[in-house]
Every structure is written in C-alpha cells, then in structure tokens.
Design a protein around this ligand. Structure first.
Ligand code: NAP
Length: 343
C-alpha cells in the first residue's frame, strides 16, 4: 500500500517552496515487534516547524535532509505490536507530514515525553471539547500562552500588557488570559480586520495595526506610562518599538520571533541599551519547560472556557496535498487562528 509523504529536499532560504519540501508516494512498511501504525488525523501547522528545518539549527539541531517534514500530529492507532497501545487509541507526537506513521513505541516500562520521541496517549475528548483542542487550548499553545504571561512575564492585575501577533493562535490566548487576570491589554496585529477581532472578539483594550500605523507613535499614545509586560511573538522592528516604550522594570516574555524565521541574517534590537537604561527583564522561554505543570494551566483555562472567557479559533484545512500552501499562510499573515490540516 502506498502513502503520501512530504520530505525535506533542501533547507529553505526564505518561505519554503515545493523545491524545498517535496511530496512523494511511498510504500508503507510492515510492522515489526514493538512498533505501532498510526493513521494521521490532524497535522498542526506551527511556525516552529520552520525553525526545525533551518540549516544552522535552532533550539534543536536541524532535521537532516531527506527527513519527513516535522510537525506535531494527532492520529489513531490502526495496528499495534506494542502492549501499551491498543487499536483505536488516539495519540499525539512529532511525526510529520505523512498519512501513516510506523513507529517504535518506546520502552515497555516507560512513556517517553512528546519532545523526546514519545507517543503520547490522548484521552477521548470530554463533552464540548474536540480532539483538535489537544493542539490548541489544552496543548502546546495553551501552555505557552498561560505560563508565558503568568510565569515568564509575571503579569499582575493593573499592568499594561502588550502582545504581538495578537490575532494569532498564541497571541489571542495571551490577550484573553491577561484580560482575565485584570490587565490592560494592547494588541499588535496586521491589518484592520485582525485588529478589530483582537478588540471585539478577544477583548483587548486597543490594537495597533503594524502594517498601516506608526507603532512608536501609537504606543506613546496608548501607554504613556509605559508597557509593563511585552509578550513577543514576532521580534524585529516590533520588538524594537516595544523596547522603546517599556516602563522601568518592565518584563519581556520572549516567546518567538516569526519575522526572523525565513531570513538568514537575524535582526538585532538596535536599541538594546534601553534594556539597561530601563532595567528590563528579558526572558526567552520554551513551553516544554512547563510540561509537568500543564494540569495546573488546564484547570484554570477550562474554568475560563466554561465561563465564556477563553476560546481559540481553529482554521482547519483538508488534504495532505495542501500542507505546504497552508503552512506558508503563517508567514504571510493569512491565518486566522490556529492552523490545522485534517488528513
Ligand atoms: P500565529 O500567531 O497563529 O501565526 C503567525 C502570525 O505571525 C501571522 O498570522 C502573522 O500575524 C504574524 N507574522 C508573520 N510574519 C510576520 C512578520 N514578518 N512580522 C510581524 N508579524 C508576522 O502562530 P502561533 O503558532 O501562535 O505562534 C506565534 C509565535 O509563538 C511564533 O513566533 C512561534 O514560533 C512562537 N511559539 C513559541 C513557543 C515557545 O515554546 N516559546 C511555542 C509555540 C509557538 P499578523 O497577520 O498579525 O501579521
């Protein structure tokens, strides 16, 4: 039996194209002992996937050329030669762009974590929840947003919080969480439509359209006393504008820098001396640091969700052949929330 598989042909130098990530038809291998066969149901489209295929590496070494394009996926076990996994079990792992996964399911006595080759079992969703929530609200995105703003950014009620990519998956959660904590929230997003959603749908007090407005001017207007917490998803010039408008002792939760992922020469904040002058605290963080504390975040976020004070937009596409086109939406401002492809 054949399946569709996307493989990394060469390391991209800009937004990935079909010369970099190539669709193949390949036979599905037979199962060996302790392996399981997983049918892919959903593939999560995440900016970090672009970092994982940078030639120079990122927080992990680059995936070797020829690898299956890496991504977090949700699937269902359809064949098992491992005692821990039964047919029908829903699972999650970093499996990549393919229809079927044949994978050694790890040591018999140990469940490996997601970020270490683990196949994580997903319980059947509770009423009102969906399997896709394991990517979003109750997965990596929820964990990143929750701990990024509470633990890294140390937001407190009354703080002025600034969030970039505020209409996106993580940004929109951060806006809502900060509002639920009693902060005043300013979003930054691309275009009037997204800005309007950041205010009306996610509850921000204001939103700056970085494509049409002067961010420096608007920040001075909206936060004359300065920003206490900046949750950075994009880096580059927007980070510079934020640094110039931070309050003394402000905190920057450095979550991502999507404006830099397709470039080859990273931009440095030219005004980094302001970090000293304003005595800022700048902390980069990776969500998996908080994996063990995740139940704590899920409990609070479920409560907010049930009260109608937290939700995540999912933009779901279909078809393995569309993966590359959908993936590029992340880098051209075209996604309207968490991007997922149903297989
Ligand atoms: P997302 O925000 O849903 O989608 C990406 C958004 O980034 C786009 O919709 C676009 O929004 C914005 N963008 C793209 N190129 C840009 C540019 N050149 N300048 C300014 N904005 C640009 O994606 P997400 O999954 O929630 O990820 C957001 C950030 O979190 C990413 O940087 C990601 O790498 C990071 N992240 C970090 C961790 C961690 O553990 N630290 C975990 C997950 C994700 P506009 O239309 O508003 O421009």
């Amino acid at each position: 039996m054949q399946q569709s598989v996307w493989r990394l042909q060469k390391y991209p130098t800009g937004i990935p194209t079909d010369k970099d990530i190539v669709l193949h038809q390949e036979p599905i291998p037979d199962l060996k002992e302790h392996e399981i066969k997983i049918k892919t149901l959903y593939i999560s489209m995440d900016p970090a996937n672009r970092l994982w295929i940078r030639r120079e590496g990122s927080y992990i070494p680059p995936f070797p050329l020829g690898s299956i394009m890496p991504a977090i996926t949700i699937g269902e076990v359809v064949e098992s030669r491992h005692p821990r996994y039964q047919v029908g079990q829903k699972v999650q792992g970093i499996f990549g762009w393919q229809e079927y996964i044949i994978q050694h399911a790890g040591p018999l006595n140990e469940q490996l974590p997601l970020d270490n080759g683990g196949i994580v079992m997903i319980p059947e969703p509770e009423q009102g929840c969906d399997l896709i929530d394991n990517f979003g609200l109750f997965g990596v995105h929820g964990m990143t947003a929750y701990f990024g703003i509470t633990d890294v950014g140390k937001a407190q009620a009354g703080d002025t919080v600034l969030v970039s990519a505020a209409a996106g998956a993580i940004g929109s959660l951060v806006v809502q969480i900060a509002k639920n904590m009693g902060c005043r929230v300013i979003g930054i997003a691309g275009g009037p439509k997204k800005c309007s959603r950041v205010v009306k749908e996610f509850g921000a007090d204001a939103c700056i359209d970085y494509k049409h407005e002067d961010i420096h001017f608007r920040l001075q207007e909206l936060a004359p006393q300065g920003v206490n917490v900046y949750f950075d998803n994009v880096g580059g010039e927007i980070l510079e504008a934020a640094i110039d408008n931070m309050a003394r002792y402000g905190r920057i939760a450095f979550c991502g820098a999507i404006s830099q992922y397709n470039g080859t020469t990273p931009a440095s904040p030219k005004n980094y001396m302001q970090i000293l002058y304003r005595e800022l605290e700048v902390n980069g963080f990776l969500a998996f640091r908080y994996a063990e504390k995740m139940p704590e975040a899920v409990k609070v976020m479920k409560q907010w969700q049930s009260e109608g004070r937290l939700h995540m937009n999912i933009e779901c596409h279909e078809g393995i052949e569309n993966l590359l086109n959908v993936f590029t939406k992340l880098f051209i401002s075209e996604n309207q929330g968490k991007l997922v492809v149903k297989i």
